[in-house]
Ligand binder design. Structure first.
Ligand SMILES: [Fe+2]
Ligand SMILES: [Fe+2]
Length: 476
């Protein structure tokens, strides 16, 4: 089945009606989800928003666009089409038919992977809940809400798997996904970056560029999973995720474009006087969001992840394009590490490990290569404006709280620093209170059709062929 059924209380393409128990369980979770949306979702009151809703999981014409009150958004359960011949692509079970049920021996691990993924989805909605109050345009406001409703749908995607395949424990975990909250002192979200606040729109663009992109890579590894329902769920989520990436990429583009223009027109680096965001501040925000997102990939080496791979639970990014045996039992791999510098000191370097234990590093490197694409785009904007300044990705050891470099300090160029040097200099590299206060001072809402705040350029294209000055959101 590929066409979601919208006549159902819970739109789905998994023939929910044929499993009454599951349907009832999900229908009783639904009001809890709506309570969560009301209390933790977007705070800005709106009448309706120009949103896309999935109507088919195939091809290009998969979404319908129209104005809908956000609370009436048809969150549902959509899996990509099933390939009845699909076989496991890697690990110990390579070549065997993909699993339609959860094997008992991998139950706990699969559940854990789904819970961790599921926990990030509502977390970002919570982090972004106040941004509507300061949107730079109706176009941006609409994009924020589109990302929010789809992260809500991604929560549905994971909750469906928990309910359908993990029994009572799965249902309990589904409840917990609504009880943990981003930044909460008693029950925070599982991963660090999802407890950071997203207080302004520069942070939002950086978050959707860097942190949502981590999500893309995690989903990419789960899409390879031998557990077919998880694979199909993630495949469709990746399709929605592409829009979130676009919001981040073009969002940062537009900030850089505006800053560059103000620099050129006024022949100055001090664009704050003209209400734009200085390039060094943009770099600091980039440094922060990039480094906390690198942490999301976990330690450089991990036996858990080696086991997930061998068991077939989680593959590599684009597993089928890799030219090796997809089992990796004989291979080795260089990972980033602190190495003995010979004088009793440790320095930033690399060390050789079993390829299986280095899989986090492999995924992080794929991610880093992707992030370099963003920096290239932004530098092209500076170049085309005739400016010599450039943005860059900081060194992998910079500002890390997880993994090999968690215990040391390093500059964005990879120079190792003492704790004192770090505290003295970190304000040059990470947003200071002054920077944050300045950026926040720019965040004045612009809700008039076709108008935009002074710190960001308008987009080149509207949504779904609509012009920039379209009425994307009707406020209350
Ligand atoms: Fe998501
Ligand atoms: Fe996302």
């Amino acid at each position: 089945m590929t066409t979601p059924d919208y006549a159902e209380k819970i739109p789905n393409n998994v023939d929910l009606a044929s499993d009454r128990r599951l349907q009832r369980a999900l229908e009783s979770w639904q009001p809890n989800f709506l309570n969560w949306w009301d209390s933790m979702g977007p705070t800005l009151p709106t009448q309706d928003v120009y949103l896309r809703t999935a109507i088919d999981v195939r091809g290009e014409g998969w979404a319908h666009f129209g104005h809908v009150p956000m609370r009436d958004y048809r969150w549902g359960i959509f899996l990509s089409e099933r390939n009845p011949d699909r076989r496991i692509g890697f690990g110990r079970h390579k070549g065997e038919p993909a699993w339609q049920k959860v094997p008992g021996e991998y139950r706990a691990e699969l559940q854990r992977l789904i819970v961790i993924q599921g926990d990030t989805e509502p977390a970002s909605v919570e982090q972004q809940r106040n941004l509507g109050a300061t949107a730079p345009s109706l176009y941006d406001l609409r994009n924020l809400f589109q990302v929010n409703v789809e992260e809500g749908r991604h929560l549905w995607a994971m909750v469906y798997l928990l309910h359908a395949y993990f029994g009572r424990e799965g249902r309990e975990e589904a409840e917990e996904l609504l009880h943990r909250n981003s930044g909460s002192a008693d029950s925070p979200r599982i991963l660090g970056a999802f407890n950071e606040e997203t207080p302004d729109w520069l942070s939002f663009y950086m978050f959707t560029y860097f942190t949502d992109r981590d999500g893309k890579y995690q989903l990419g590894t789960l899409k390879e999973s031998a557990f077919d329902p998880l694979s199909r769920t993630c495949e469709f989520m990746l399709k929605e995720e592409a829009h979130h990436m676009m919001v981040g990429t073009t969002g940062v583009d537009r900030v850089v474009e505006r800053t560059a223009r103000v620099m050129v027109e006024n022949d100055t680096d001090d664009v704050a006087a003209f209400g734009a965001i200085p390039l060094p501040v943009i770099q600091k925000y980039l440094n922060f969001h990039y480094s906390v997102s690198l942490d999301l990939f976990g330690g450089e080496t991990s036996t858990n992840v080696a086991n997930y791979y061998t068991a077939g639970l989680k593959g590599r990014w684009l597993e089928d394009r890799r030219k090796d045996d997809h089992q990796l039992t004989e291979d080795s791999f260089m990972v980033d590490a602190l190495v003995d510098a010979g004088d009793g000191e440790q320095s930033i370097g690399q060390t050789e490990v079993l390829a299986l234990t280095g899989l986090n590093t492999d995924l992080r490197r794929e991610y880093i290569a992707d992030c370099e694409g963003g920096v290239k785009r932004w530098n092209r904007i500076l170049d085309e404006a005739g400016l010599p300044q450039r943005l860059y990705l900081p060194h992998i050891a910079f500002n890390r709280k997880v993994g090999a470099f968690a215990g040391i300090e390093a500059s964005p160029t990879g120079e190792q620093l003492s704790a004192d040097e770090w505290s003295a200099r970190k304000g040059q590299w990470l947003p200071t209170d002054t920077d944050k206060t300045y950026v926040r001072s720019l965040m004045q809402p612009v809700y008039q059709r076709g108008k935009i705040a002074a710190w960001v350029a308008p987009p080149r294209n509207g949504i779904n062929g609509q012009p920039f000055d379209y009425e994307y959101v009707h406020l209350v």
